[in-house]
Design a protein around this ligand. Structure first.
Ligand code: SAM
Length: 236
């Protein structure tokens, strides 16, 4: 696991990417998928952003969604299969996670996923205004120590970036089993004028929404006795 050293001189606006990019050595077939399948499915954010993001997919997707930090890809693969006319963008810098989603795409012949193997903040900056109907952030890296809170994905500037790319009525969905990060996210979103928290009663955030696919980190939290919160925010 590699981690960039934090730079005390770096301003909040110049967020560094923190996290692992590579773990276990890839098996031969996984390496082949990274070398031969990933290039066909990868978004190239060095080219100008498309005028119509739905045309990232062929045929053009009816709707576009993004999952940030999909890990093993269980949730992303399930959603893509459940909503075949929706285009899904999966963002994950961890190469072993990328290999896992590629294996699922190959095995189930999933045609409506595109991938970005980097920092979701860079991908958000590239996407056109009002192009997505939903963004999922499921069990993000919690960065529990106070001095690392600035590394959490949810920050005022990433909230503003998500507001820009979400359509009015679109949703940001956040799942987390670390109480402090849930409170952090609620307080950051509460001061964001573009978002409205959708919970009306406790069950709205204590229980997963209908059709939710549990992830590896969700199962780990449950095994270790931590209850996750399922937060939904609507883009005004
Ligand atoms: C705790 S894991 C959770 C994985 C998966 N969502 C799950 O629930 O099992 C967090 C994931 O977010 C990814 N990640 C961290 N920072 C990210 C960023 N800036 N952009 C995209 N993904 C990121 C990490 O590589 C890691 O795979």
């Amino acid at each position: 696991m590699s981690e960039r050293k934090s730079d005390p001189d770096r301003s909040e606006g110049e967020r560094a990417f923190f996290g692992r990019r590579k773990g276990h050595k890839l098996r031969q077939h996984q390496a082949e998928l990274i070398n031969h399948l990933l290039p066909h499915l990868s978004l190239d954010i060095t080219v100008p952003r498309p005028a119509n993001a739905a045309e990232i997919f062929d045929p053009a997707a009816e709707d576009l969604r993004l999952e940030i930090g999909f890990g093993g890809g269980e949730h992303l693969a399930a959603e893509a299969q459940n909503f075949p006319t929706t285009g899904f963008i999966g963002c994950e810098p961890y190469v072993n996670g990328m290999a896992k989603i590629l294996a699922q795409i190959e095995a189930a012949n999933i045609g409506n996923i595109r991938l970005f193997a980097g920092d979701a903040a860079e991908l958000l900056a590239w996407l056109p205004d009002a192009s997505l109907s939903r963004i999922d952030l499921i069990h993000p890296d919690p960065w529990p120590k106070r001095r690392h809170w600035k590394r959490r994905f949810v920050q005022d500037r990433t909230i503003a970036a998500m507001a820009r790319v979400l359509k009015a009525g679109g949703e940001f969905r956040f799942v987390c089993d670390i109480d402090d990060y849930c409170a952090w996210t609620l307080s950051h979103l509460a001061r964001a004028p573009d978002f409205q928290w959708l919970a009306e009663r406790a069950d709205d955030f204590r229980k997963p929404w209908a059709g939710y696919t549990m992830t590896r980190y969700g199962r780990k939290a449950a095994r270790e006795g931590r209850k996750a919160a399922y937060l939904r925010f609507r883009r005004r």
